[in-house]
Design a protein around this ligand. Sequence first.
Ligand code: MSP
Length: 499
Amino acid sequence: MKKFYITTPIYYVNAEPHLGHTYATVSADVIARYYRLKLGKENVFFLTGTDEHGSKIKEKADQEGKKPKVFCDEVSDLFKNVWKQFEITNNKFIRTTDKEHISFVIDFIQKLKDNDALYEDYYEGLYCVGCEKFITEKELVDGKCPDHLIEPEIVKEKNWFFNLKKYLPQIQKLIQTDELIIMPEKSKKEVLGLIKQGVPNFSVSREKNKVQWGIELPWDSSQLIYVWCDALTNYVSAVDGKDWWPADLHVIGRDIVKFHALYWPAMLIAAGYELPKSEFVHGYFTVNGTKMSKTLGNVIDPLEMFKEYGLDATKYLILSQFPFGQDGDIEANKFIEKYNSDLSNGLGNLFNRVLSLVEKNCENKIPEKSNIKELESLISNTWKSYSKNMEETRRIDIILTEIWKVIHESDRIISEIKLWELVKSDSQKANEYLYSFLEVLRHISWMIIPYMQKTAQEMQKQLGNIEFEKKKTLDGAKEWGGLEPGIRLQKGNVLFMRK
Ligand code: MSP
């Protein structure tokens, strides 16, 4: 049986979740939900969690006058709470302060040492606490980290280093041949470009007196494991190194590509594990052109948006804003416009229009089966691109665009044939159209399950067939003609109230 293991980045607990984290988690959730439909619930594992060690967290806890663990407990709960509100379907929430994770990391790093991947040396250079990374002069803009707009610290310390250079040629080949898929293409190119330029070896530990909050190196108690080595390992430790591993897909933001596409595979090879099959790099939300981040204080609160638009609409609005894989500037004032045009006037109105016509002209019952060719092929083509976008290119935004094309095309056909007049002049023909439009709506309800489950369920309920639909597999649902004639519709509330 095929399985699917998908992860999000684990989020730093230096502050509460914002819309950027929500975007990454909701995207992965959509993909996880799709695979559950396709492969069965038990064959999908979806992981998210929080990254809790390192200087950045320690500093923040100190500022708040809290013990680091107490502080981590609080912020980690905030993440859990937002994911609960967003009905995120993760199978596990990992915290890097979990006992099991800590012991896994200790074994993992010991393996790196035993397999001769590590050596001791001095690090002398710059460190950005915001990124928790060693940074070079070249990466700075006006002497500051471009992501956090802070000056990096100058550090000189004795560390254990990972011999990345030894593994890079192998990784280069794996990425070039797509044995390790890095998507989208521009991210793959970026990673290959980095390898070409040369990426220095990196520290896997830091001096304890500098960092103070982390996991001790098993063979040298003066050193704490570098937070990134601790963090990346979560993907394997969460599934105890077996069964689910390797991951099928890591969803990550573009700021952490180097860690995931270079450090992580190299560490896995050195420790003797299989590599993840693919990584999808999504873009960044910016606000007025600057990265949205807790450190910069320009965040949009996902719960505020949730209160304003409700769950399904919020998810739709954030996923349809930008191409998945590219950056985009947030224009919150566009949300309301898009809500009204796409959800209320788009999907909601089409649904209402078709059900009303059936109510008035077919005694509210599903008419005889028909297959208006234009509509049937519109649906079958949309399903084809749906699978390709979901399973190959992971363009979950294009799927939404295509579903909305079906909605617009349906509206166009209704106007073209003047369906509201046809029901009076040629009821036979009108009924053929009505059945096919109801089928279109049933298909749309299935297409949106991974994105907007509540709306999908409401549509299926009003289509009179919820019990029947529940028993279907995705493949069964994709066939034309699923609605049974004679069944009474249960037209109810509008799907999206106009704002
Ligand atoms: N803890 C590390 C990741 C370790 S993974 C083994 C980290 N955490 S983070 O909280 O700073 O950011 C994690 C992820 O959140 C980003 O990679 C990205 O997926 C998402 N986002 C954070 N800010 C974002 C935006 N402004 N826009 C879109 N996504 C953003 O890095």
